[in-house]
Design a protein around this ligand. Sequence first.
Ligand SMILES: [Zn+2]
Length: 214
Amino acid sequence: MAAQDQAIQTKYYATKILNTETDSKCRPCQQFDKTIDHIISACTILAKEQYIKRHDGVCAQLHFNICKETGVQLDKKHWYEHVPKSVETSQGGKVTIPWNQQVQTDRTIPNNIPDIIIRDNEKGTCMLIDVAISGDRNVIKIEAEKILKHKDLAIEIERMWTVKTKVIPVTIWATGTVSKPFRKYVSNIPGNMESRNYRKKKPYWALHTYFVTY
Ligand SMILES: [Zn+2]
């Protein structure tokens, strides 16, 4: 368990069991106990803005690396200043990268907005990337659900664009923990294969330290 997580837990136990602190309630919502699970993924007040920010932060970092790797001209030097455009195109136009865009399909597909799409016309490939910062410890289960969620869209894209299509789930348990296959999934994504740097990058990926202050 990470030190920060222990710190949160200690606060909770100090209040509940030792009775040394008076307030064990979550400060933003004042409704539920300040447990790790609550703070990192279950608080309705934090969900309105902070969880979305955290999800979009991970997406922006992935997107920045993809753009750099595929030769998209970027205005910013760092991922945290990067604001993804709805569609980026590499110089030469071989790779297009729609961001949070609905895919127009002939038949109705309910889940048709992946976080990031990488369509490589030269290689004849397409990647559908779906990011989740999960409150559920069972990250493997979420990854499987994400792949299933976009299966129909992947099949439809293969047919429409005649490109080999893959769904890549990027799922991080909200404490920063990832599954064993995580690195394999992420290494498929252009510009994100330096998975051994994952530990160093963890603050950006997980962005969970923010919540410790609550
Ligand atoms: Zn709360």
